[in-house]
Ligand binder design. Structure first.
Ligand SMILES: Cc1ncc(COP(=O)(O)O)c(C=O)c1O
Length: 458
């Protein structure tokens, strides 16, 4: 659980650079009644982020209504790959509004036609059919349902087990939480469903056994026969630590799924659309999954998600049997087309790879200077997970991580609250259009914040 921010304004040093302005106490005193009013109307679960009321945002900058401006290191939550309010997205949305179609249920509309064609042109075979939905969790739930139906077609009631990984996150709806591997999320809902099994995630740091044999051993220990597995789902990189699976493990998993006629599903909700320095995250493994789940950076803005999969899998249901009211909303489709247009036009994938080198080199050097509190740095391209740990251990250090986030926000660098095992990971993931200068400035601020927090602990 994220700690609730104390709604007490702090007199912080003012900041004025080309990219950052802080000219009020933080949180802004005038915002306190608004934040309290919000908390009184919403469940507590909606709290937990730094208490800043976002007013507007453009590319990699965020402003409040009080003259403060931040460099965005959050991309919302890895959404705004093409940048906040990118010109291409705004133009595309305005054109659609002026054109005069805001909804068409499952009746075809031109924006849906354009988007599914575009998405299909971006994926390798055998990925072929595109189904549009609204949220990331909806896309992983849909993949789960398709895998279960596929298993039943192959082998009746026997082949219904979905295998996933410990500490995985696939969303917060019921099926997505059952499939996920975060202990708290499973305990809340009761988790003794024999259709869902988790195996250790080979992160190579806390779990140093990265050989694929561990996958098979874990299934055997849990009494799962390979023939009962309908699908295996994994995040392309595990979001809680920005941690990739070793390539050899993933390639062995691809073979295992082929041998046992189980579907390999990659949850690309965070990893897609250039984030990791390749257009799709799975390209790093040199494999092609049977289905991918997409969300977040698909539009860089409006809610839209997708499942793209093999034709035989995606066509398992008949007409009208796999739909959603807001599937392929024309505005959301136009936002996606605008976002992809900017990513392609400005080659933001190559930019993510190039700036990613700077991000990771800088953070790795920082880790050496702050080895007492940073246990590891993970990720690729423009996503990094900085793992805060208690000195001399690999135990998560959530206190230091939260304090560093708070300091960064007070200094004009926007981060969301720490995530990952024990709440010890700070994720750094700016929009892919960030400039090198802003990236370097933000990282200097990050180290400044870290040094101050470390100093306060001694
Ligand atoms: C890997 C992954 N899958 C699924 C989801 C769920 O997406 P949504 O919050 O849009 O339902 C998330 C969200 O953080 C995610 O990171």
């Amino acid at each position: 659980m994220h700690p609730e921010s104390p709604l007490i304004p702090r007199d912080v040093p003012f900041v004025s650079t080309v990219f950052r302005t802080i000219q009020t106490p933080i949180p802004v005193p005038a915002c306190i009644p608004l934040l309290k009013g919000l908390a009184s109307c919403e469940p507590r679960s909606m709290g937990g982020q730094p208490p800043i009321i976002w007013d507007r945002a453009k590319d990699f900058s965020i402003w409040d209504a009080h003259g403060n401006r931040w460099i965005d290191f959050s991309s919302g939550v890895l959404v705004t790959n093409a940048g906040h309010a990118a010109e291409e997205i705004v133009r595309s949305l305005k054109d659609q509004i002026d054109h005069g179609l805001l909804h068409s249920y499952c009746f075809p509309n031109q924006a849906r036609i354009d988007l599914v064609r575009k998405l299909r042109s971006l994926v390798p075979p055998p990925l072929e059919k595109v189904f549009l939905l609204t949220t990331g969790a909806e896309s992983t739930e849909c993949a789960l349902k398709l895998a279960r139906t596929y298993g039943r077609r192959v082998d009746g009631d026997r082949k219904i087990v979905m295998v996933s990984f410990q500490n995985a996150f696939h969303g917060r709806t019921l099926g997505a939480q059952l499939m996920g591997g975060i202990p708290a999320l499973k305990e809340w809902i009761g988790h003794r469903d024999p259709g869902f099994v988790q195996v250790p995630f080979p992160d190579g740091w806390r779990n140093t056994d990265t050989d694929f044999s561990a996958f098979e051993e874990s299934l055997a220990e849990q009494g799962i026969s390979a023939e009962t597995v309908c699908g295996v789902i994994t995040e392309t990189y595990q979001g809680g630590m920005a941690c990739f699976t070793p390539k050899s493990y993933m390639q062995a998993l691809r073979k295992w799924c082929d041998t046992h006629n189980a579907l390999l599903i990659l949850d690309e909700v965070q990893a897609g659309f250039g984030r990791t320095g390749t257009f799709w995250g799975f390209e790093h493994y040199e494999i092609v999954p049977d289905m991918i789940c997409l969300g977040k950076g698909i539009t860089s803005s409006l809610p839209l998600s997708a499942v793209i999969g093999r034709k035989d899998v995606m066509d398992l249901y008949g007409p009208g049997e796999m739909t959603s009211t807001h599937s392929a909303n024309p505005l959301a489709c136009r936002a996606a087309l605008g976002s992809i247009e900017r990513i392609e036009k400005e080659n933001l994938v190559r930019q993510a790879a190039a700036l990613g080198e700077i991000l990771h080199d800088t953070l790795n050097a920082m880790q050496e200077r702050h080895a007492k509190v940073i246990g590891a740095v993970m990720g690729k391209g423009l996503v990094a997970g900085v793992m805060f740990t208690r000195a001399g251990t690999k135990d998560p250090g959530p206190g230091v991580a939260s304090a560093v986030v708070q300091r960064c926000v007070e200094k004009g660098v926007m981060l969301f609250a720490p995530v990952g095992p024990g709440g010890g990971t700070i994720k750094i993931n700016p929009p892919l259009c960030i400039s090198e200068e802003a990236l370097r400035e933000g990282l200097e601020v990050f180290e400044e914040a870290l040094t101050e927090v470390e100093g306060n602990r001694d």
